[in-house]
Design a protein around this ligand. Structure first.
Ligand SMILES: [Cu+2]
Length: 138
């Protein structure tokens, strides 16, 4: 008898888990990538393609470049470890092979983007504060 009631409780708990919200943070779901619904155009030859960061944001967080251009991330990676991908608490689709490296030391990282796509990144310490962004390559 006791074990049967536990089974019933487990079944209810499992049902509650499986029919939660329609959006799952972290990967491949509807919505702008890491909050980037519009991008700062840095495709012009003389444009700055540097993303600076201090708590709690990247500036500019959403950058548009052309294939073959590079972006320089500048700030303390020890304080704000850079991670490629959609933040665990965010949404959106991104390109298949993200060239942004996991970086947790130093203060400058220049990343080349050879292929078109949208590549997400976030601070592994402060994504809860919406410290994330994306590079769109056209
Ligand atoms: Cu941070």
């Amino acid at each position: 008898m006791r074990s049967k009631s536990w089974m019933a409780i487990w079944a209810v708990a499992a049902a509650a888990w499986s029919c939660g919200g329609s959006k799952t943070p972290g990967t491949g779901q509807a919505g702008p990538v890491n909050g980037c619904s519009s991008f700062t155009d840095a495709t012009a030859p003389g444009a700055s393609r540097t993303v600076t960061f201090t708590f709690p944001s990247y500036s500019p967080p959403c950058l548009l470049i052309a294939a073959g251009q590079s972006v320089t991330f500048q700030g303390s990676f020890a304080d704000h470890p850079l991670q490629p991908g959609v933040a665990p608490n965010s949404y959106g689709m991104e390109g298949a092979s993200n060239p942004i490296p996991s970086t947790n030391s130093g203060s400058t990282a220049t990343v080349a983007f050879p292929d078109a796509g949208t590549y997400a990144y976030y601070c592994s310490r402060h994504f809860g504060n919406a410290m994330y962004g994306a590079v769109q390559v056209k």
